[in-house]
Design a protein around this ligand. Structure first.
Ligand SMILES: [Zn+2]
Length: 289
């Protein structure tokens, strides 16, 4: 069975992106997995600290491992936005394939020092684990926001990216390149889209040479995704779009079965809605130019 590093190296060679989807419940996990299976593409699923608290860190690791083993399929598990070493260690011990160690809210030097320490501790638990570090400001909360935050001052520069990667030794870098967590209501309606700083992505890639993740991908223009991947993005995170699909699908399931109480008769509507979004995103990310 491949490890995540092999999958990212192959994606880089092929000029495609690996889709990363947050899984807030079992229905989302099944729907994302079904999409990846249909398309025969590797997939990353992630759980934030909040999602881990709700689902159980070891329990979600066991579920993902069972899919990987039973179907001999390249599905990998990421500990998304982890803010403390203790919770990073918990995820590493549970068998996660990668960890986003996110101290981007701290001063730069402190982020570097503590990320370096975390990498040593985490690789001591599992040498194959990939650690992703983050610099810059991409906002918080994969939710629907009333107003766009001003993230222009928090964009990552190629110089600080190089300094950060050299000093920490992170495997993967999450830069701020015009991306933003969450979506505006107009993006959910489809009347506005996010746009990315493609030149900045290319400059950061050539300065650092590391794998790069695009967080907050929901609501981004399709063409920007293609260009971002061509410029050096290896992993693309989609969360809010799936959450919107989950809610709409759930509401449809409840409306279609007003007197039903059997979960497996209501939830297929949510499954289908999520699968449709995941499939369209995976198709886009995996279509090399
Ligand atoms: Zn993120």
């Amino acid at each position: 069975m491949q490890v995540l590093r092999d999958v990212l190296e192959k994606a880089q060679r092929d000029g495609v992106g690996v889709g990363h989807f947050n899984i807030g419940d079992f229905v989302i996990l099944r729907a994302v997995f079904a999409s990846a299976q249909d398309l025969k593409v590797p997939v990353l699923v992630g759980v934030s600290e909040g999602e881990r608290k709700f689902l159980g860190t070891r329990q979600i690791a066991a579920l993902v491992k069972s899919l990987r083993d039973e179907f001999d399929f390249p599905i990998f598990l990421n500990a998304d936005h982890t803010h403390s070493l203790a919770s990073a260690i918990e995820a590493a011990k549970a068998g996660f394939d990668s960890i986003v160690f996110d101290l981007s809210a701290l001063p730069f030097e402190q982020n570097i020092r503590q990320t370096k320490e975390a990498i040593e501790a985490l690789k001591g638990i599992n040498p194959a684990i990939l650690v992703e570090g983050e610099i810059g400001d991409i906002g918080t909360g994969s939710e629907i926001h009333d107003a766009a935050p001003d993230l222009s001052k928090g964009l990552t520069s190629p110089e600080e990216a190089k300094q950060y990667v050299d000093a920490t030794g992170v495997d993967i870098l999450a830069p701020a390149v015009g991306n933003m967590h969450g979506m505006l209501a107009s993006m959910v309606q489809g009347t506005t889209k996010k746009h990315l700083d493609i030149a900045r992505i290319a400059q950061i890639k050539s300065a650092t040479g590391v794998f790069m993740t695009l967080h907050g991908g929901s609501g981004t223009e399709d063409e920007d995704f293609r260009k971002a991947i061509a410029a050096g993005i290896n992993v693309v995170h989609i969360n809010t779009e799936l959450r919107v699909a989950w809610r709409r699908g759930l509401e449809r399931g409840l409306a279609n079965h007003p007197n039903e109480v059997v979960p497996y008769k209501i939830l297929p509507d949510a499954f289908e809605a999520i699968k449709e979004v995941a499939t369209s995103r995976l198709k886009l990310f995996n279509s090399a130019k």
